[in-house]
Design a protein around this ligand. Structure first.
Ligand SMILES: [Zn+2]
Length: 571
């Protein structure tokens, strides 16, 4: 490709709204262009990278036994109503009405379509297992598109679905996919960490995410270096501290003037925050919810949403709290009537706690569960934090930020049951198909590679996905022999099968080298009047400082050898 002809130009500066490194560098390199919030065009260089990522993903899916299909973007809304996920996806589901007044959804994922197909085509246990997959555009109305390709509304995703006869079969398919994902990350030079994850709107039981740890990531990962436990903070569990058993003292009201926060109350009464009960109020799908948790802990809203099976959860305002007959700042589960109370199990691990008295300026001492109040739901809804103790080994947990680059789900039978997607087992008995779902966003992978592999000058593409392998960079094109030699090398390299970006512009070395570094093509070949004197070109890897001279004679063969050697450790 001649650089002078390419659609897309490098920019000296990224637009101000570009927040993440990948967003800035991909825009500056002319690889992507924004059309609207969370909606991007891929320009030729970016698209070449995406196609290479796609081929690696496809190759690993095929090796794992996947069968490629193409499922529709336009899906009858009835399919979503049948699974009930029109509710769990909520406003993230794009919908539209056609000219015959039929409601349609723009597919954010394809479990419904797959279950519908399985209902029609799978009859016997002999038809299973099956691993259909596709690489296709998905649409989700994200509330907050951000960070370039990291959170978008339209994206290309590989989604594979496993259809099995039982849990053991599902487990085998799940393991197969996890191995395939690890192979993909290795080929993309991405050090992905497998972490336990929340299933979110997709639903199901077991779920794992693959994370690239980076400061710009929008997810939080809790991990234990002692035993290797790793989980998304949305899901992470930890060992809650427990105090020694004490005799239960009688409930006693105390004046706590001008104390509203847990810290103020604890300070005023001379106790630690772990000896208090914290009240937090939410609206979950329009229902008022009273949450009680030990004062030293925070509510994990994902866990709470799952416990309540709600799609929309938000904090209640003080007015709403007062409207529920409670006194904001002094609200108490003791005597609370007509509201749903959800408690974190931490409140059972201490005794004689401080709780609100539901009266301005007053608290109770010696509140004890269940003697003094009850909960409609008692479970773990606490947020794990750095320095908490590992539930598995007692080690110290730490917290890192990460980018999710893959998500796998053990769905089980909840969707196939609703669709009547069943098969006859060897005894002739009808059973629901056991499903799994496995997604990888290709643009997300591309952005993650840039987040992971760059320096202050630009992108550093791994050879496996670089838009071109070689950046041919002739200098002083006006000087004798440079232009014709560069043209000849460009042809020779291409004839030898080398992918070349030929910077045929008559620009200064500074401009050319800066662009080469920004574009991040792995091997740069510089031809100048000086190298021509010794009948050679200067070769430089994007990752190295040193250069080497390669003789012009048989250059294409030598370059191919260098590229093959460099590719070895990754294959
Ligand atoms: Zn541990």
């Amino acid at each position: 490709m001649r650089y002078s002809r390419i659609f897309g130009k490098t920019l000296r500066q990224a637009p101000a709204e570009a927040e993440s490194v990948s967003h800035q560098l991909l825009l500056r390199a002319g690889m992507i262009a924004q059309e609207a919030a969370g909606i991007y065009s891929y320009l030729p260089l970016g698209w070449r990278v995406l196609k290479k990522i796609e081929n690696i993903v496809r190759d690993e899916m095929d090796k794992a036994g996947g069968q490629e299909v193409m499922l529709p973007v336009l899906q009858p809304l009835e399919l979503w109503q049948q699974s009930g996920r029109d509710v769990s996806f909520g406003k993230s589901l794009f919908t539209l009405t056609d000219r015959k007044e039929h409601m349609l959804a723009l597919g954010p994922t394809h479990e419904e379509v797959v279950a519908d197909l399985a209902r029609r085509y799978v009859q016997s246990y002999r038809d299973l297992p099956l691993l259909p997959y596709q690489i296709q555009t998905k649409l989700r109305d994200e509330p907050r598109p951000r960070a370039g390709l990291l959170r978008v509304r339209e994206f290309i995703m590989k989604d594979l679905y496993s259809l099995d006869v039982d849990e053991a079969g599902l487990h085998e398919s799940y393991q197969k996919m996890c191995r395939a994902y690890k192979n993909i990350y290795a080929r993309l030079c991405l050090p992905a960490l497998m972490v336990e994850a929340d299933s979110g709107a997709i639903g199901g039981k077991d779920s794992h995410e693959f994370m690239i740890l980076t400061e710009d990531g929008e997810d939080e990962v809790i991990h234990c270096s002692d035993c290797g436990y790793a989980a998304n903070a949305e899901k992470a569990q930890f060992a809650k501290t427990r105090t020694d058993t004490e005799p239960l003292l009688p409930l006693e009201q105390v004046a706590t003037p001008a104390t509203k926060t847990i810290e103020e109350v604890a300070g005023f009464l001379g106790v630690s925050s772990s000896q208090t009960l914290k009240a937090v109020f939410y609206y979950a799908d329009g229902e008022f919810v009273f949450v009680v948790i030990r004062g030293d802990l925070e509510v994990n809203e994902t866990k709470l949403r799952n416990v309540l099976k709600s799609s929309e959860l938000r904090l209640a305002t003080d007015t709403e709290v007062n409207g529920a007959g409670l006194v904001a700042g002094f609200a108490s589960p003791i005597g609370a009537k007509g509201v749903k109370v959800v408690a974190d199990d931490s409140i059972t691990l201490g005794f004689n706690l401080i709780a609100g008295a539901n009266k301005p300026g007053y608290h109770f001492r010696n509140a004890n569960y269940p003697r003094d109040f009850q909960a409609d739901l008692m479970t773990d809804i606490a947020l794990a934090r750095a320095e908490d103790s590992c539930l598995k080994c007692g080690g110290k947990l730490s917290l890192s930020r990460g980018i999710e680059v893959g998500h796998v789900f053990k769905l089980g039978t909840f969707i196939s049951e609703r669709f009547g997607a069943s098969f006859l087992d060897s005894d002739g008995k009808s059973r629901p198909i056991v499903m799994g779902s496995y997604g990888i966003g290709l643009g997300r992978l591309l952005a993650a590679i840039v987040e992971q592999s760059h320096d202050d000058k630009g992108i550093i593409w791994p050879l496996s996905v670089a838009p071109y392998q070689v950046h041919l960079c002739p200098l002083s094109l006006d000087k004798p022999a440079v232009a014709p030699t560069a043209e000849r090398l460009y042809q020779e390299l291409q004839k030898e099968g080398v992918e070349v970006l030929f910077d045929d512009r008559d620009d200064s070395p500074g401009i050319k080298f800066n662009d080469a570094d920004l574009l991040g093509i792995p091997l740069r070949l510089t031809l100048s009047p000086r190298t021509l004197q010794s009948q050679s070109v200067e070769a430089k890897w994007r990752t190295e400082k040193e250069t080497q001279l390669l003789p012009l004679e048989n250059l294409a063969v030598q370059v191919n050898k260098l590229l093959n050697e460099a590719a070895k450790p990754q294959s």
